[in-house]
Design a protein around this ligand. Structure first.
Ligand code: FRU
Length: 540
């Protein structure tokens, strides 16, 4: 019941029990979205002997659970079916590439196809008898070679994939090419590599349009696209991405900037091993990422489950072509109810305003702040500052001039529990810097939780743009989109008081300057049917 399981979610993808990590092979096929995931069916903690869990949906909101698509049964995957990706071949034929841990625990790449293309659920998958199709390259450690990407093809008719790896400390994405999807040869150099970055997991490589928010198929290549290379940097547990130009003739990918610890990330909180896919129904690219727990192994045993997926996000290139933008998929609105909204409310210095009339433990809130007397902003040069460290030191209780202002999610009535998502604005030489923080330090009265504070810059100019914040609150996950989706921060929290009907939501301004809420809308979110084995009329 909900009271024994206060941390289960209502609209975030989760499994009824046991462990889940990476999203695998998301795809659309004949009216149905498929989602696969790394799953340990025997317990709530990670175990290398992974299965591929499988669920299907018609709307990306409600999900019907199916039997695992892959179990570790063959010599080429007997020690685990690890992450991989789907490709839709010409003639509308889905195929899957995934990493197997073989009898020697070597990481090899395998191919599988649906047994029956006329089964709308594609329940059964057949592993290619010639597996593995790709072995560990010479000079690479047997357990440093995994997570094949979705394939793309170029005018020469050849398919390409990348596979995550490292040589010593140099993280890389090996490139393979094939004419028939079965015989693959390694390209002379990796698609990209970065010294000192450690192993890359779950690499993703896809085009984004320079002049439209629409997504395009992974094989689209023309002068109106740039390419995104995403890598899950294991050593720091972060999904970084680079935007650049790709030339399939010489296989050069030239990013606009270098990969550093301060590089662009999909999400500056908990979000890892994500994967994107092209949705031809709505011509968009959709991204989902694994959001792991912040509580302990003992807690996992008590709960019986671990791991969430982020809410599906549309992802596109910002107009300035310097970064990506993400936004919860529009289907979310089918779960909205009890809208409350208001306009033009001034939040005076030090004020708190409760948002009443919605279920604050299960909510969507979208607010825009307008700053009028910006010349009053504090002078501070934040260049070279790590925004996460800054947010940790300047927690939400520390007053500034402009900020912190934002919302308190999952707050108890006495505010002893609260997750503060907020902004601070500084000026330096006539230019403004907007900082976004997600402060988990007071999120629970419980100890033994990871309450790390997150922070990142939002690349907007508050002289022109209002500062917007959209936050999806779902019992133990708080997913925030700042600046219209330019900066995303996801956090896990485990309140003990602010649960169920006892949770409250506030807008706040602890700065000494007042700010204007130009508009606020909030909704209760209905419970989606996610992986519940009952005939509920939900997903189908
Ligand atoms: C990323 C990852 C992948 C691997 C899978 C195993 O979280 O380590 O590299 O394929 O998880 O579950």
């Amino acid at each position: 019941s909900p009271s024994d399981q206060p941390y289960r979610t209502s609209f975030h993808f989760q499994v009824p029990k046991n462990w889940m990590n990476d999203p695998n092979g998301p795809m659309y096929y004949n009216g149905v979205y498929h989602f696969f995931y790394q799953h340990n069916p025997s317990g709530p903690l990670f175990h290398p002997r992974m299965y591929w869990g499988h669920s299907v949906s018609r709307d990306l909101i409600n999900w019907t659970p199916l039997d695992p698509a892959f179990a570790p049964t063959e010599p080429f995957d007997i020690n685990g079916c690890w992450s991989g990706s789907a490709t839709i071949l010409p003639g509308n034929k889905p195929v899957m590439l995934y990493t197997g841990l073989d009898t020697e625990n070597c990481q090899v790449q395998n191919l599988a196809v649906p047994k029956d293309l006329s089964d709308p659920h594609l329940r059964e998958w057949v592993k290619h008898t010639g597996n593995p199709i790709i072995n560990v390259p010479d000079g690479i450690k047997h357990d440093d070679f995994r997570d094949p990407s979705t394939a793309w093809h170029a005018d020469d008719g050849k398919w390409r994939i990348i596979v995550g790896s490292r040589r010593e400390g140099t993280g890389m994405a090996f490139l393979y090419r094939s004419e028939d999807f079965v015989n693959w040869s390694m390209w002379e150099s990796p698609l990209y590599e970065v010294a000192g970055s450690g192993i890359w997991e779950c690499p993703d490589f896809f085009p984004v349009c320079v002049d439209s928010n629409n997504g395009v198929d992974t094989s689209v290549m023309n002068s109106r696209v740039k390419h995104v290379l995403k890598m899950a940097a294991f050593d720091c547990g972060r999904d970084y991405y680079l935007i650049g130009n790709y030339n399939p003739e010489n296989e050069h990918f030239v990013p606009q900037s270098e990969l550093t610890l301060g590089s662009l990330r999909y999400d500056y909180g908990k979000f890892y091993a994500s994967k994107s896919f092209f949705d031809p129904v709505k011509n968009r690219r959709i991204l989902m990422g694994w959001v792991n727990e912040s509580d302990s192994d003992e807690d996992a045993h008590a709960k019986g489950w671990s791991g969430l997926q982020s809410f599906p996000r549309s992802i596109w290139l910002d107009q300035n072509q310097k970064q990506l933008v993400q936004w919860p998929i529009e289907e979310f609105k089918m779960l909205h109810e009890n809208e409350v909204s208001f306009k033009n409310k001034s939040l005076e210095a030090g004020s708190l305003h409760e948002i009443l009339g919605i279920t604050a433990s299960q909510a969507d809130v979208n607010v825009s702040f307008k700053l009028t007397n910006l010349e009053e902003a504090e002078e501070l040069d934040l260049s070279g500052i790590d925004p996460q460290v800054f947010c940790s030191e300047m927690d939400a209780s520390k007053k500034g001039k402009f900020g912190p202002f934002g919302i308190l999610a999952l707050a108890s009535h006495d505010l002893s529990e609260q997750t503060a998502i907020s902004f601070r604005v500084y000026k330096n030489n006539g230019r403004y810097t907007v900082l976004m923080c997600s402060d988990q330090s007071r999120s629970s009265t419980r100890n033994g939780l990871d309450k790390t504070t997150y922070g990142a810059f939002v690349d907007i100019d508050p002289q022109q743009d209002e500062i917007s914040l959209r936050t999806l609150i779902d019992h133990s996950i708080v997913e925030s989109f700042g600046g219209g989706g330019k900066t995303c921060i996801t956090a896990r929290v485990y309140p003990t008081l602010a649960i169920g009907d006892e949770a409250h939501l506030f807008a706040f301004n602890y700065g000494t300057e007042s700010v204007l809420i130009s508009e606020l809308s909030a909704w209760s979110v209905k419970k989606a049917h996610i992986n519940i084995e009952e005939t509920n009329g939900g997903a189908y």
